[in-house]
Design a binder for this molecule. Structure first.
Ligand code: SF4
Length: 305
């Protein structure tokens, strides 16, 4: 019998949109100006209700870049606040073009009910102009009473999934290791995920692009409270022996071992294996499929939208 998750999922991160002001090379979710998928107000409202029913206490609004849809963001924060959630935001601070303008944005999200704001700031997010805006957003956020802080990513801290697998993995080719060495998922607690991500299509992601259900096809509350890791063959393999075990479980050794057969990290191998499963039609996107294999989607998460 499948082992139940011992802890409930207590935090839900809304990927309000896949659209972003930038297309950073290290982005897990392939955020881009050309990826328009954005949540509908009625979906957000319903999903907040279901999250509350499932016992979720904390939500975050991120993307993509959630400030690109500022009216929707403010309404979502207000509604989440009214429903009793603690609320965090993730942004790259592109909107902080001047101190005065930044104060207007920051005050608005704070007054709506946001508590914290993580601002992505590093060379991958552009250059000196973008870095300056992140600093301006930080100052404005702190002045507005938000727990505002910068998150800086360097190459040594990149997890090579999403666009990072495609664009940055070769930059560390000298330190690549044989695929069979990656015997553990180092970053996500797939047995008991305390937080998951929800996107505009309803995908509920245990890791970006590795979904445990699709809200709409099933009630979100049911997906969040009924999660059993062993019901998902790919997740179960990752728990047994990391991405290397997933490669063996799905007989991907030949493709994965082609070329150097070496990868930048566990995520790089995991992501490449998942792409192969999608190509084979195993990593599908339809919750209704009877074989209940893991959902690998949407296309945006694999750079295909
Ligand atoms: S190994 Fe796979 S599931 Fe684990 S964090 Fe990396 S990409 Fe996600």
């Amino acid at each position: 019998m499948a082992e139940a998750s011992a802890e409930k999922i207590s935090a839900l991160h809304f990927l309000l949109t896949y659209q972003c002001s930038r297309s950073c090379p290290h982005c897990f979710v392939w955020g881009s100006p050309g990826h328009p998928a954005t949540m509908a107000r009625e979906d957000i409202s319903r999903w907040l209700d279901e999250a509350a029913k499932a016992g979720v206490g904390r939500v975050a609004f991120e993307g993509g870049e959630p400030f690109l849809h500022f009216g929707l963001l403010l309404d979502s924060i207000r509604e989440a606040k009214g429903k009793g959630f603690s609320i965090g935001l993730v942004t790259n601070g592109y909107w902080a073009v001047s101190p005065a303008g930044a104060r207007t944005y920051a005050r608005a999200v704070a007054e709506a009910g946001a508590v914290s704001m993580m601002i992505s700031a590093d060379d991958y997010h552009g250059g000196p102009v973008e870095a300056g805006r992140a600093e301006t957003a930080l100052a404005a956020g702190q002045e507005a009473g938000l727990e505002a802080y910068l998150s800086r990513t360097q190459l040594s801290g990149v997890m090579f999934r999403g666009r990072a697998a495609d664009r940055l993995a070769q930059a560390v080719a000298a330190s690549h290791r044989a695929w069979s060495e990656f015997e553990k998922c180092p970053y996500e607690n797939l047995r008991n995920p305390g937080r998951v991500h929800l996107d505009a299509y309803g995908f509920v992601h245990a890791c970006q692009g590795l979904a445990i259900g699709k809200a709409g096809a099933r009630p979100l509350a049911e997906i969040l409270t009924g999660y059993r890791a062993d019901d998902y063959p790919l997740i179960a393999a990752l728990l047994r022996g990391g991405p290397a075990e997933a490669v063996r479980a799905f007989s991907l050794e030949k493709e994965i071992g082609a070329g150097t057969g070496k990868y930048a990290d566990a995520c790089h191998l995991c992501y490449q294996a998942r792409k192969l499963l999608r190509e084979r039609g195993l990593g599908h996107e339809a919750e209704s499929r009877p074989d209940r294999l893991d959902l690998l989607g949407p296309g945006e998460m694999y750079g295909q939208a």
